[in-house]
Every structure is written in C-alpha cells, then in structure tokens.
Design a protein around this ligand. Sequence first.
Ligand code: AMP
Length: 293
Amino acid sequence: MPSPTVVHDLDQAYLTIMQSRAQGTKWGLVPTMGALHDGHLSLVQAARETCDAVAVTIFVNPTQFGPGEDLDRYPRTWEADLAALEQHQVDLVFAPTIESMYPPGCTTRVRPSDVAADLEGRFRPDHFEGVATIVLKLFQVLPAEHAFFGQKDYQQCLVVRDMVRDLNLPIHLSFRPTVREADGLALSSRNRYLSDVDRQRALGLSRALAAAAARAHQGERDPQRLEALATQVLEDAGVDRIDYVALRDADTLVPLKELADRAVMLIAAHVGATRLIDNRVISVVASEAASQG
Ligand code: AMP
C-alpha cells in the first residue's frame, strides 16, 4: 500500500494540491487534531468515496484552546495515526508546525457568526474564533473542493457552514454522523483520558440524549421537560459537572419554545478531569427520531 505523502511545509502543500487540481483531480480535505479513531476515519472514508484524492491535516491548534484547557496534554499519537491513514489510502498528510501556521505577528482572526455565541462559546470564549481561523487557513493552504467534518462537534459544523457562506469560500462541505462505541459512547480523542469507572459515567451523555429522544418520540414537546429529563439521566450516571443540557433549533441553535421539526439536544459535561460533549438531532416528524446518530 503506498504511504501517504507527508508534508510539513505550507508552500509544498499548496503546490501539491494546485498542481494535482490542474490535472483534474478532485481533492477531499479532512481537518483533524490527530489521535485518530474510527470517527476521524469515517470522514476519510466519506472523502474517499466522494473525491479522487484525500488530504488529512494533523495539527493541534493552539488558538482553539483556552487558558487551563488540555492543550499540553492533548494526546499525540503520530506513528499510529500515520499507519491508520496509510491503511485508509490517504494521499497527503499535512502536519505543519505551530510556528509555520502562526509565525510571529500572525494576529488576524476570523470572528465567527452568531451561532458561536452560546453553548461551547459560553464555556470556551475564544474557542470558535480559533476554530474558524485555523479552518480558513487550512482551506487556503490546501485548496480542496470538498471538506468533511463530524456532527460530533455539531456547533463547530454550523460555525464552519456559516463561515463558508459568509466569506464566499469556494468549497463544498459534508457533515457526517457521529461514530459511537457499541454502548453509545461517542468516539473522541479525549476518551483515552477516561479510567474504566469514568468511562461508565461518561455513558451518561449518550443515555441522556437517547432518553430525551425517546420521550420526544412519545409526544413530549416541552424543551424544559426534555432538558430536565436528560439532566436527571446525567446526574444518575454520576457525571461530575454539567456545563449545559440544551435543546435548540437544529439550524440556528436558538432556544425553542416548543420542540419543532428539527431540533438538536447538545450536552457538555465533566467526568473526572475530562470534559466531554455529545449531541443528537431530535426529529419529531416521521419515525426517524429514535434512529438518529
Ligand atoms: P478533532 O481531531 O477532534 O478536531 O476532530 C476532527 C474531525 O473529526 C472533526 O470534524 C470532528 O467533528 C470529527 N469527529 C470527532 N469525533 C467524531 C466521531 N465520533 N464521529 C464522527 N466524526 C468525529
């Protein structure tokens, strides 16, 4: 199996994509922070199916971490990542240094749309500014036709969607369903922080979402009651601290007076020293609600 071309240099990455595009190759881009798992690889798979060639970026982006967050201890598993990407026939891996992405004086930032203000934006104030900035920079350095993101980071998908729309970026986006363990735990690079006991408690997030979806399916339309139910399930599971449990409009993330056609429940909670997020789209039209990932 051919190894992916590993590129650290920005100009080389740009030229590789541009020269290949000139010959008609359609590129798919999968931005990641490494510590790859099957969630990331599902995006690679989707890119493979949609595009002629796939570029994966591995960059732990410092501007999206706040003071006191886990930037320094974020897992880095370069060898295993590269092996997985080779297995998945990735063509190019872009792994820049922090200094090359943010040289001295690089202080321009993207201000994300209003969709970034609440939820993660409230608990991680500069997070989405950092995300939007690095995603735009990656789109510039690797000018692919198509980029792939996971709905696991639901609010992030909407931030990127709005940035592409508002800044007229010439790229097509796909948002892919969350990949979960058999017991429901959403795959996350941060799951490797969890002890066995914590991992059990972490199941509270997906269980809370499933309970709310089931109750909505039974006819409950009151967002507060659905949020209260999910909160109860989280507390029963023994999570240490809940940042938010919120049922919102699935497109705008504005609070709802009543459960509408397409809503999303989003949760952030701490288990031990690990902060976890999860979400679930709850559709009350037709019978899809219970099966959404
Ligand atoms: P990260 O490395 O955490 O920045 O994630 C890189 C990309 O993988 C983002 O688009 C994430 O939303 C996506 N991703 C992370 N976890 C999952 C998952 N469990 N299922 C699907 N996509 C995921």
